[in-house]
Design a protein around this ligand. Structure first.
Ligand code: ADP
Ligand code: MG
Length: 464
């Protein structure tokens, strides 16, 4: 492995002699689907001790990445980065198809190594920094689209945080008239361009129903779920495709193709929708439906962090996409489980969401997006407090409920802050932490809290 790494470094330095002139490249520190990242220091600092050196992360983009994508990532780093816990760029070098971004380096460990170690204060600081970074990015009318722990680097010793990787970032599209906007308006004309169309779904099956066995922490059993709608569509699983590994980086522009074929259609799984089309209520797809164009919507992101609106192919996605992903991170930390969601495809992911938030809230959210989710069994939603207690092996003290059934993720049942019991906690996490999780994991992007408002939420606004 060392030999391969050395070879890769030598090859990079050979292709980019200017990099070799300015920097010593020490070792590989990260690898994603679209880049390799190396640790570097200035040649002019060669005689200094390690403590005195300035360290850099040198991100080498794969030569097959689309130039527009690279340009957009660089613009995001230049225009947005360098403050508010968002990575900036010091230098960009290019020779032919070899391109590197040189960025400040931040030491960090894997999230899985400390996810169970964070106490309430540390988690508050961590989530606050993430929300500050998102508020900043969103104020530029940009959706990051790949918020997850491996893109939010945390230097635990020095309490430093950096949101990295704008490889999937997308300019917020103006919503159609009459559509309420979530998050800050996309008003800034700061030169951040709309991405060239990133991954969009090819002609997917019109309707999919699957039997699913869930393996995520939130899983409570097996459900049959189908997503449909006036513009009927449900994502299709891609067994073995990139992103089928839990927590693995998912779709990137250019990585998808048409995914023909229907998987596991189950008679009776899709409920009737009177007055729609002849096939409503029965398995299979009628001529009318199969003649319709499949909806196209961005789905770039990572499996396990995609919100309902992405899974349901809602085309007018907003910065709320990132807020949901932050909610998944918070749920991970509260339950000490990473990855939190494990589904390997979009339909299974929807079933996991239904398990967590409850079928009804998910169906309501889907309906507000013009989509329909049909499930063979109704889920009440998970009490995140109880789940956290169980997964942490802590007996759940049956204190008076916050909601009618302990604490659930259904926003309807979240009581006001005055009703929280300040003495109660799970592993030291107060009710407010679970309440924030429920607000971030609101299945409806239109009512989901914004990063800006999350910072005023009692959990994050509290003194450390
Ligand atoms: P990709 O687009 O390939 O996911 P990222 O920008 O996310 O690339 O970088 C991949 C990994 O490299 C990160 O998860 C992280 O471990 C490491 N890395 C990236 N930027 C930095 C940085 N500034 N400091 C330290 N490590 C970094
Ligand atoms: Mg990344």
């Amino acid at each position: 492995k060392d030999e391969i790494e050395k070879h890769q470094i030598n090859e990079l330095l050979h292709k980019l002699p200017r990099l070799d002139k300015i920097f010593e490249v020490h070792r590989k520190i990260g690898e994603g689907t679209f880049s390799s990242v190396y640790l570097g220091s200035l040649r002019q600092h060669a005689s200094l001790s390690n403590d005195e050196k300035r360290w850099f992360a040198i991100k080498h983009l794969v030569p097959t990445a689309h130039p527009a994508r690279i340009e957009h990532e660089l613009r995001c780093l230049q225009d947005i980065g360098g403050k508010e816990h968002v990575i900036g760029v010091e230098l960009c070098l290019r020779n032919l198809d070899t391109i590197v971004f040189i960025m400040p380096y931040i030491p960090h460990r894997k999230f899985s190594e400390y996810v169970g170690e964070m106490d309430a204060t540390e988690l508050r600081q961590y989530m606050r920094a993430l929300m500050v970074a998102l508020r900043h990015v969103h104020s530029f009318g940009v959706i990051h689209r790949d918020v997850k722990p491996s893109n939010f680097l945390y230097d635990r010793d020095n309490k430093r945080y950096l949101l990295v990787d704008f490889g999937l970032a997308q300019r917020l599209c103006p919503a159609p008239e009459g559509t309420p906007m979530i998050g800050p308006p996309p008003a800034h004309s700061n030169g951040v361009r709309k991405r060239t169309r990133d991954e969009e779904d090819g002609p997917a099956a019109k309707r999919v129903a699957l039997d699913l066995s869930m393996g995520s922490p939130a899983a409570t059993g097996t459900a049959t779920i189908a997503a449909a709608g006036p513009e009927v569509a449900a994502a299709e699983p891609r067994p073995g495709a990139a992103g089928s590994r839990p927590g693995a980086t998912g779709s990137r522009p250019g990585m998808s193709g048409p995914r023909p074929g229907t998987v596991g259609s189950k008679p009776g799984a899709v409920g009737p929708r009177p007055g729609r089309c002849p096939c409503a209520g029965v398995a299979g797809v009628c001529d009318m439906c199969s003649g319709r164009a499949a909806p196209r919507a961005p789905r770039a992101g990572t499996q396990g962090f995609r919100p309902p609106e992405v899974l349901l192919k809602y085309p007018h996605q907003t910065t709320a996409v990132d807020v949901w992903a932050a909610g998944v991170v918070l749920a991970s930390a509260l339950t000490a489980r990473y990855p939190f969601f494990r589904a390997s495809d979009d339909v299974a992911a929807l079933a996991e969401l239904a398990d967590l938030v409850g079928t009804e809230p998910l169906q309501r959210a889907a309906a507000s997006l013009g989509r329909r989710v049909v499930s063979s069994s109704a889920r009440r939603g998970v009490c995140l407090r109880a789940l956290a207690a169980r997964l942490r092996g802590e007996p759940l003290r049956r204190a008076p409920c916050v909601c009618r059934r302990e604490f659930c993720l259904c926003p309807d049942r979240i009581k006001k802050a005055e009703e929280w019991d300040p003495r109660r906690s799970v592993a030291g996490f107060p009710d407010s932490a679970f309440s924030l999780a429920a607000r971030l994991l609101d299945p409806d992007p239109r009512t989901r809290i914004s990063a800006h408002d999350a910072l005023a939420h009692p959990f994050l606004a509290a003194a450390d």
